[in-house]
Design a protein around this ligand. Structure first.
Ligand SMILES: Cc1cc2nc3c(=O)[nH]c(=O)nc-3n(C[C@H](O)[C@H](O)[C@H](O)COP(=O)(O)OP(=O)(O)OC[C@H]3O[C@@H](n4cnc5c(N)ncnc54)[C@H](O)[C@@H]3O)c2cc1C
Length: 437
């Protein structure tokens, strides 16, 4: 007959707290240890298992030697939202002004993630990218992008129409174009799976299916009990603003969800040699309809960036949330009347892209021989967590984070945060180090 030892009756999530305590919060006496038995105690607690949550957890565990880091993720795997549903383009870092966080992190992140993929044997398609002008009025934007690239130390080449055609014979451009040799694509799901395994192997505790519910006096309540930590980092993507408010932050911000869809081409891989993008509207956080070549060589056009009506509105009524619907409708209606940007025009332009003919006709401005019957299959949707500043009614274009000496909230993990993740995690770690001195 087997005898059950008393400790075997303790549920798993409580047992974890009996493990050696982290360096930042050593137990000082028995009373304290007893109290800690009731909760999961760690040095660092990360909320959200997207690319930012995993990268930050990895960085903290490496830098604070011996620290205990726990990451909670509400889904049954990491990367179930934006990080696993994006285009997988490793951007180069020439769209943004050199004084922005995005410019620096994109440049450095491109190198870091390229090295990571190569050293872990993950797919990477180093196909480069052309930025093309549709008419003469767009040429000054090419010049502006070139200036930004030079200031930010990014390799970008100004080329003429002939050179552009030697890179991609079907390309359409007016007189000139830009070529970015370091833009590439990876498979975001493959990267996320590898990073999750890596982070766990290194000693970070990843708790899947555990949802943050609310803040408690000394920690947070989740669907798997209470967690306490010396420092909490909120990387909850579409829900980062709501969690931030529980901690007294994000007072002037709301996340607005924008849905991104792509149409896949039935042309064989290698029918297109490089990514092709239009010149962007620099006042707008989205890059316009473009051709992307995936890590496996498939060709797709898009994305749309149409306002969604609840945060995880991927398909039909999936994940429907009435209170989110009310709040988002209220915000969108407010923006129709007044905003720092032309929300009415943006929303109308984006909604039209749900029409296959319209999306294909926009793409055909960039490339010859584009036909509607080549583009028949929509890919899975991804949703951008775009932060709105309620004071100026403007869409935030750069990373936004708020913090104190107990918690940090990544409120605008704006595209291309997938590319930016590793240097961004270093930046967060340095900030936390300074706070803890
Ligand atoms: C269509 C599209 C295309 C894009 N293309 C590119 C691109 O080509 N290149 C690029 O660099 N970037 C791209 N991006 C941007 C990039 O994907 C995101 O900026 C990045 O993935 C954000 O990462 P994250 O970790 O902040 O968010 P997420 O990946 O959304 O992670 C947040 C996590 O928090 C979890 N969470 C939320 N609430 C809770 C809770 N209460 N409790 C526990 N866990 C919770 C969620 O389940 C989720 O896993 C694109 C985005 C979209 C939508």
């Amino acid at each position: 007959m087997s005898i059950t030892a008393p400790w075997q009756l303790i549920p798993d999530f409580v047992k974890l707290s009996i493990a050696p305590q982290g360096i930042l919060n050593p137990p000082t006496n028995e009373n304290r240890l007893f109290k800690e038995l009731m909760t999961l105690q760690s040095d660092f607690l990360v909320i959200g298992g997207g690319i930012l949550g995993l990268s930050i957890a990895r960085e903290l565990h490496r830098s604070f030697h011996g620290s205990k880091v726990i990451l909670i993720e509400k889904e049954d795997h990491c990367g179930a939202h934006a990080s696993g549903r994006n285009s997988g383009v490793l951007h180069a870092g020439f769209y943004y002004t050199a004084d922005s966080l995005k410019a620096r992190f994109t440049r450095d992140g491109n190198r870091a993630l390229t090295e990571y993929c190569e050293s872990h044997g993950l797919k990477i398609n180093k196909c480069g990218k052309l930025v093309v002008a549709q008419n003469e009025s767009e040429l000054p934007v090419l010049d502006e992008l070139m200036k930004r690239a030079m200031k930010n130390g990014v390799d970008l080449r100004a080329i003429d129409q002939k050179e552009a055609e030697s890179i991609e014979p079907r390309v359409k451009t007016c007189k000139r174009a830009l070529f970015s040799p370091t833009t590439s694509s990876v498979d975001p799901e493959e990267v996320m799976t590898c990073l999750q395994e890596d982070v766990q192997t290194q000693g970070v505790t990843v708790r899947l299916g555990v949802r943050y519910l609310k803040r408690t006096s000394g920690g947070i309540l989740t669907t798997a009990g209470e967690y306490k930590a010396r420092y909490i980092i909120n990387c909850a993507g579409l829900y980062a603003d709501a969690i931030g408010r529980d901690f007294g932050f994000s007072k002037h911000y709301r996340v607005l969800p924008f849905k991104g869809l792509y149409l896949y081409s039935n042309e064989p891989p290698k029918s297109l040699r490089t990514h092709i993008y239009p010149v962007p509207d620099l006042r707008n956080p989205f890059l316009g309809v473009h051709f992307t070549i995936t890590a496996k060589g498939a060709i797709k056009i898009g994305p749309t960036a149409a306002p969604a009506f609840w945060r995880e509105q991927y398909k039909g009524t999936d994940n429907f949330n009435a209170s989110e619907l009310m709040e988002i409708l209220f915000r969108q209606a407010g923006l129709l009347f007044s905003s720092d940007f032309d929300f009415k025009r943006l929303a109308w332009e984006e909604i039209q892209k749900y029409s296959r003919s319209h999306l294909v006709s926009l793409a055909s401005k960039l490339l010859r021989g584009v036909r509607k019957n080549q583009f028949t299959k929509w890919g899975p949707a991804g949703i951008r967590a775009q932060l709105l500043d309620l004071r100026g009614k403007k869409l935030e274009m750069d990373f936004v984070m708020e913090n104190d000496d107990y918690s940090m909230h990544i409120l605008n993990a704006v595209s291309p945060a997938f590319t930016c993740a590793f240097p961004f995690a270093e930046y967060v770690r340095q900030k936390i180090e300074t706070l803890m001195k």
